[in-house]
Design a protein around this ligand. Structure first.
Ligand code: BDR
Ligand code: CA
Length: 310
């Protein structure tokens, strides 16, 4: 069982990542920490609480950084809507937030655990970067970082940059410079897991609370991804992180050097992954290069089936 903290900014695909992590016997979810990203911190935090309450995922949820380290907040309303999670009406919220700031929650949890913990990040890297700066001792307690971010091909916000990294490139730089084992799930593979209608139909047949949520969210996610990018099925970026932990053979990686472009030019936020080792720099990341798409959908289906029947 891998112990994880999931740091996220829900977000439709973050919501599916939470679903995958929430009831899986190979994952011990120690808590969920939230950052701004797809929407403001107030909205992403509310969304995380709502998802956990609705799916009966009984873990602490801690609210994190409202702003990137240097940049201004930039949300992703065109894809995730005004609420950050448009498409589903949750029941009245009773679940309460953990009293600690997410950065403190990450530090406390890591220092109190005797085992090493994996940090999964499916949003901007601000909370993790701040935790690393505030308490460098946590480095010894982190087994690895599995993050969704970056691209060695083209970006999805600018020609060069992917959303999570561009939201807070300086935070990404701190994480990539930490000497931790970093597994980067990049757009290069997440653009292969497209949630076509036939996938939505397949999940709908499960007919439980999780599949209801999945189907409702994917309707809006697919429509918006179609409007913005022309996709017929939305790339389900974030759940690939959790699916990898469930099945380590799911994604192929290349061990390589990755540097974040911090130059403030048109490639600001680009993850320069040196897959051909031109620069002979120290390898600091495992960058995703391929994924078993069928296996991914099997993992999503199996994970959704673990939830309560209606
Ligand atoms: C990432 O950006 C966000 O909009 C998604 O939730 C995902 O984490 C993809 O670039
Ligand atoms: Ca996300």
């Amino acid at each position: 069982m891998e112990k994880i903290i999931l740091d996220c900014d829900p977000g439709h695909d973050d919501a599916v990542a939470i679903m995958l992590a929430g009831k899986n016997e190979s994952i011990n979810l120690l808590g969920i920490t939230v950052s701004s990203g797809n929407q403001s911190i107030e909205k992403t935090t509310l969304n995380a609480l709502n998802i956990c309450q609705y799916l009966d995922i009984d873990v602490p949820v801690a609210k994190g950084c409202s702003h990137p380290i240097i940049r201004e907040v930039e949300v992703c309303e065109a894809i995730h809507g005004e609420s950050g999670l448009d498409g589903f009406e949750f029941p009245c919220l009773k679940k309460e937030l953990d009293s600690r700031h997410a950065v403190q929650f990450i530090i406390d949890t890591l220092l109190n655990e005797k085992d090493k913990v994996t940090i999964v990040v499916t949003g901007p890297l601000t909370n993790l970067a701040m935790a690393l700066r505030l308490e460098p001792k946590i480095i010894e307690k982190i087994k690895r970082v599995v993050l969704m971010g970056g691209s060695y091909q083209m970006g999805n916000v600018t020609p060069a940059s992917e959303f999570n990294v561009l939201c807070d490139p300086e935070a990404a730089h701190i994480v990539l410079s930490s000497n931790l084992a970093i597994y980067m799930i990049t757009l290069d593979v997440t653009r292969k897991v497209l949630c076509y209608d036939k996938i939505v139909e397949r999940m709908k047949k499960i007919n439980n609370k999780a599949s209801d949520l999945f189907v409702a969210l994917m309707k809006v996610f697919n429509e918006n991804q179609h409007k913005v990018f022309g996709y017929l099925g939305a790339p389900l970026h974030d759940p690939v992180t959790i699916a990898l932990i469930i099945d380590e053979s799911l994604v192929q990686f290349k061990h390589t050097n990755t540097e974040i472009d911090l130059s403030h030019g048109s490639s600001y936020g680009r993850t320069n992954s040196d897959l051909f080792d031109y620069l002979k720099k120290e390898k600091n990341s495992y960058v995703s290069v391929d994924i078993d798409v069928e296996r991914f959908w099997d993992i999503v289906e199996t994970s959704l089936k673990k939830y309560e029947v209606k």
